[in-house]
Design a protein. Structure first.
Ligand SMILES: NC(=O)CC[C@H](N)C(=O)O
Length: 313
């Protein structure tokens, strides 16, 4: 197998030539103007080595990838009580769908669809003001990545607030079932700001290290979350991280992954690597078109799929 640096450089070169790049999300106006030709990839290996290619150092809107970090925070603060208000099953519906809430008592199927992440945001809000909860998420992500230069893009957060009618509907609907405990504007303030986190592929891959390393941040040796919970977050990423495209992603890539409508994907090769890719064009399910293709090729060339037999291991 060629070295990882070579593989990543080759994939970036192939993606630069790719004809079908998908469509940039335009329902959030601040995302509509992002250049669809962008492509970045960063891979942080278990020993800390970081390989990058393309636009891996350019910050983009991580959007729903933030749901991995908010779930981790909520599990850390309220533990398994999280599962009283949000489920653990794939929804098979679009990321912003409302339909299942009606027959399922306002309990979202999983923490990665919008409804589920809004409930998680409501948990993180707890007894705080939204500003403090957003600060807590920001500090957490900065500490995971080991970088202070991560910020919330105020223009994206404002655009989401102005146009987030579906999310407002989801929050109100769940409030009617008692599954949102705060005023919806406060809970959504947390949610919109976490989605507006701007990070580069490099920062995102660094932030994901604890998920490849059994809950430990390998840079500091500190426990972020228990090994059991890290394993379970990976399981949820595999089954629910791409919404109604999760089966296809598992089929093609075979790694736990979480996508965002900014075109990013965080993928975890347990014990091996934390990987972030970014290409703004999306497929019909709202997941990065070239991001998935790049990961498919990476896994094919490295043998990193979790379904690959470990030879001699
Ligand atoms: N899939 C996504 O990344 C969706 C997140 C986006 N902020 C929304 O709520 O619609």
């Amino acid at each position: 197998m060629p070295g990882l640096a070579t593989i990543i450089a080759e994939i970036a070169a192939e993606m630069a030539e790719a004809p079908h790049r998908g469509m940039v999300a335009d329902y959030i106006p601040a995302l509509a103007t992002v250049d669809p030709r962008k492509f970045g990839i960063a891979v942080v290996e278990a020993d800390g080595t970081c390989h990058m290619a393309g636009d891996a150092d350019e910050a983009f809107s991580i959007q729903s990838i933030s749901k991995v970090f908010s779930l981790t925070l909520a599990l850390g603060s309220i533990g398994d009580k999280v599962w009283e208000r949000v489920g653990r099953e794939p929804s098979g519906t679009a990321f912003n769908s409302i339909v299942q809430l009606e027959t399922e008592a306002g309990i979202p199927r999983n923490p990665f669809i919008n409804a589920g992440a809004i409930v998680i945001a409501d948990m993180i809000l707890g007894n705080h003001a939204p500003r403090e909860a957003i600060g807590e998420i920001l500090r957490f992500v900065r500490s995971l990545a080991g970088e202070d230069g991560i910020f919330v893009d105020g223009a994206v957060a404002a655009a989401e607030q102005e146009t987030g009618f579906r999310n407002i509907a989801l929050a109100n609907y769940m409030r009617a079932f008692g599954n949102i405990r705060h005023q919806v504007e406060l809970t959504l303030g947390v949610y919109f700001n976490q989605c507006a986190l701007a990070m580069s592929c490099r920062q995102l891959a660094l932030a994901g290290r604890y998920l490849m390393a059994g809950g430990i941040n390998p840079a500091t040796g500190h426990s972020v979350i228990s090994p059991r919970r890290a394993r379970r977050i990976n399981a949820l990423m595999m089954t629910c991280g791409h919404y109604d495209g999760s089966g296809e992603f598992a089929f093609r890539v075979g790694l736990p992954g979480k996508s965002g409508v900014g075109g990013g994907i965080l993928a975890i090769a347990p014990g091996r690597a934390s990987i972030a890719v970014w290409s703004p064009g999306l497929n019909a399910r709202g997941n990065s078109q070239l991001g998935a293709l790049a990961l498919e090729r990476l896994v094919h060339r490295t043998g990193w799929s979790v379904f690959e037999p470990v030879v001699g291991g």
